[in-house]
Design a protein around this ligand. Structure first.
Ligand SMILES: Cc1cc2nc3c(=O)[nH]c(=O)nc-3n(C[C@H](O)[C@H](O)[C@H](O)COP(=O)(O)O)c2cc1C
Length: 352
């Protein structure tokens, strides 16, 4: 059943029905600089992530593992990650822990991307019920499977509600994260899956997570994906998804919320589809940006490196046209915020 779920997620996420709403990054207008006083060739997108130099502050998002198709996708993503020097997440590794024959689909990431930072992945509902000993074993197995530099735990309460076989068990998660932070030898990332992280949640994660990935609303909607899976057998979930499929904090607002309350590093994601979106996210203060669905589609067509190179070219042009020679310069680039975002920030008492 879990195999079918993984493959359903891949095909449904690649379809247009999975993309819902707007991430509000269009509300960030970077000001054109007619006198950049730079050559395009002077633009330097390099950054560091978990101690390694990377070609730009971009991370391949957390997606999959566990099936033959997932293995092919992970191998393609990993090859491109290594070739272009960008870090990558893998999808939830529970399947690789409970089903040893599924490990290969994650291990291909280690063999195809030996030198770039890799991020292991577990789900909050699953870890909420593990004892200290079990949790440490799961975390160590997940990290070891791909030789990861960090472990991500995803918070996905909306997805679990709409998933026909979902586990909406979120009691005790913060305590389990605190335990992980004390016990883990690698960095801890806490992420959403497309509904965003607020300043209230971000402040609870101070001293617990090293990095937050905001995974805001306006890109892939797991409420929509799970509802499509539920259509036949759980029509009431499908019906309710109409009410909730746009639920969440738009990515642009989530970046500002998290930046205002969290002391660690911030990854922007959720509907980021090109390098200009990435530049906008960095100008709001994010340290890195990440995308999932477009790279899933590219992996299905075996053109991941082309998709990442396109994002890199777009980021460079956005930097050139704002006069930013280095990534840090983007953070100072003048910008105007649109009325929706400005009103959100005002009402929430958040600066950006
Ligand atoms: C096919 C697919 C599977 C996913 N599985 C996971 C997962 O196992 N763990 C996780 O943390 N996020 C998972 N995600 C969520 C993404 O990491 C990301 O937060 C979300 O898709 C929003 O980014 P996007 O709009 O760029 O797709 C998955 C996304 C896709 C498209």
């Amino acid at each position: 059943m879990i195999d079918k779920r993984k493959n359903d997620h891949i095909f449904l996420a690649a379809s247009p029905e999975s993309q819902v709403g707007d991430n509000w990054l269009d509300d960030v207008v970077l000001i054109h600089r007619a006198l950049p006083e730079l050559d395009l060739d002077d633009v330097d997108t390099r950054a560091t992530f978990l101690g390694s130099e990377i070609s730009m502050p971009f991370i391949i998002g957390a997606m999959t593992g566990g099936t033959e198709l997932a293995e092919k996708i992970n191998a393609r993503l990993a090859k491109a990650a290594e070739e272009l020097r960008v870090p990558m997440y893998v999808g939830s590794q529970r399947i690789g822990i409970v089903k040893p024959e599924a490990r290969r689909s994650f291990e291909v990431v280690r063999s195809n991307a030996p030198t770039v930072p890799k991020i292991a992945n577990l789900g909050a509902p699953q870890i909420s019920r593990l004892s200290d000993e079990q949790l440490l074993r799961w975390a160590e197995e997940a990290v070891g499977m791909i030789d990861a530099a960090a472990l991500a735990v995803h918070l996905n309460p909306a997805q679990e509600v709409f998933q026909p076989e979902g586990e909406p068990h979120f009691r005790n998660v913060l305590e389990r994260l605190r335990f992980l932070k004390r016990a883990l030898k690698v960095q801890l990332i806490v992420k959403e899956v497309g509904n965003g992280i607020s300043k209230e949640v971000a402040s609870l994660l101070n001293g617990v997570a090293d990095i937050i990935d905001v995974a805001g609303a306006g890109g892939t909607s797991f409420v929509a994906i799970e509802a499509l899976r539920a259509r036949e057998e759980r029509p009431e979930l499908y019906e309710m998804s109409e009410v909730f499929k746009g639920w969440g904090i738009p990515t642009a607002a989530a970046i500002c919320e998290v930046k205002s309350a969290f002391r660690g590093l911030v990854i922007a994601s959720g509907g980021i589809r090109n390098g200009l979106d990435g530049a906008r996210a960095l100008s709001l203060g994010a340290d890195y940006f990440s995308a999932s669905q477009p790279l899933l589609k590219a992996a299905l067509d075996d053109r991941v490196a082309q998709a990442i190179s396109k994002i890199w070219r777009e980021l460079r042009v956005a930097m050139f046209l704002t006069g930013a020679a280095k990534i840090q310069d983007l953070r100072r680039a003048p910008k105007v915020l649109g009325p929706r975002l400005e009103s959100w920030l005002r009402q929430r008492g958040v600066g950006c």
